[in-house]
Write a protein that binds this ligand. Structure first.
Ligand code: TYM
Length: 351
């Protein structure tokens, strides 16, 4: 009962490769901030959506270690394990996620899912060789529905995600409203609109850290070369090198100008995040500086310092404490998700 009375803040981080600073600042850090400052008021669910891991091809032999890497990173980043209303869990350990996905699937149009930007982008990439392992998977098409189930099963109100997931959050709201209306009852809590989500997390917009080599695209863990991506498990020296060789421009002076100087603007963004300051503040400090080398060195040092500290904490994570917390959370969340599923099964006539 106590669990249901608090509002829920929830997010999931896939484990299909090493995590990046995009994942860290886009989703992990906002969750840790909430968990460390507001766990009295809110229930905090940070989970590993393991069923989402192979919507695109992965090495399945590495999945278990990737899942554990995520869990350890949550703890190293500061997630407290000793609070009763903070939960960590693996999606596939709670079967209601899959069952709810099927039910929701039957109320969603093909066109709606086909319009999802992420599907269009990723399927375009995969589509180049239309056979075997590389063909576009139904799972990739369908995954916003699984994501909606992840959110709705726990009646989540706030869902911190990076900019690339905003559309899926809007979709989740649509589905919740649609089913509540159709079955004339409050089956699901409708997550707050995206704008209110940003306000809640103290931002004016969704975060999108760009690739260091190609600052017109998102920094992504599934990037093949990884040269423009800072992974949380990169050696601090390698990460610093990646920053030093980041693509800039020929303007020759630092300005916050996403259109004409996306590389420099991205580095300003990254520096601001590491210094816990606003991008405007950092930009005004560097504005007009013509020493790109000096600027990059400052960013590289900030990245390096952060990774040294995080990896040090990572080495100290106690796996048995994580396992104990994980099992307790999975048992508790199975009950919560089971209740929402049962309510839905009754509404659609299955029970
Ligand atoms: P995933 O695993 O790809 O990414 C995890 C989170 O990191 C954010 N992110 C970024 N933020 C800013 N800049 C970037 N370059 C960057 N790259 C990634 C993502 O926006 C995301 O918030 N479908 C989700 C996982 C998921 C989920 C959920 C999230 C499954 N079920 C339920 C919330 C609620 C995904 O693939 O994120």
């Amino acid at each position: 009962m106590k669990l249901m009375s608090k509002q829920v803040i929830l997010t999931g981080i896939r484990a299909n490769n090493d995590l990046t600073i995009g994942n860290y600042f886009g989703a992990i850090l906002p969750m840790i901030d909430m968990a460390t400052t507001r766990a009295e008021e809110f229930q905090v669910n940070l989970f590993v959506p393991d069923l989402h891991s192979f919507t695109t091809p992965i090495n399945h032999r590495e999945l278990q270690s990737a899942i554990w890497n995520n869990l350890r990173i949550f703890v190293a980043a500061g997630l407290p394990l000793d609070q009763p209303d903070i939960h960590i869990y693996r999606q596939s350990y709670i079967p209601a996620h899959s069952e709810m996905t099927w039910i929701i699937d039957c109320f969603v149009g093909m066109g709606e899912l086909g319009r999802m930007t992420q599907f269009k982008e990723k399927s375009y990439k995969e589509d180049e060789s239309k056979s075997g392992e590389d063909r576009v998977r139904v799972g990739l098409f369908n995954y916003p529905v699984l994501m909606a189930a992840d959110i709705l099963l726990y009646n989540a109100t706030y869902v911190p995600v990076g900019d690339d997931q905003t559309q899926h959050l809007e979709f989740t709201r649509d589905i919740a409203e649609r089913l509540n209306n159709k079955f004339d009852q409050e089956l699901f809590t409708i997550p707050k609109p995206v704008k209110e989500q940003h306000e809640f997390f103290g931002k004016d917009q969704g975060l999108r850290i760009k690739d260091l080599q190609d600052p017109t695209k998102k920094m992504s863990k599934s990037d093949e070369s990884g040269k423009g991506v800072i992974f949380l498990n990169d050696s601090p020296e390698l990460a610093a090198k990646k920053v030093m060789s980041a693509t800039t421009d020929s303007v020759g002076q630092v300005n916050l100008d996403w259109e004409n100087q996306p590389g420099i603007s991205n580095l300003l963004q990254i520096l601001a995040l590491f210094q816990h300051r606003s991008i405007e503040e950092v930009a005004s400090e560097w504005q007009g500086n013509t020493q790109y080398g000096e600027f990059k060195k400052t960013v590289a040092d900030a990245v390096k310092g952060f990774l040294v500290d995080l990896q040090d904490k990572l080495a100290q994570v106690d796996d048995s404490a994580v396992k104990t917390k994980l099992e307790a959370s999975e048992a508790a969340m199975d009950k919560v998700a089971g209740e929402t599923l049962l309510k839905t099964q009754k509404a659609v006539g299955l029970r």
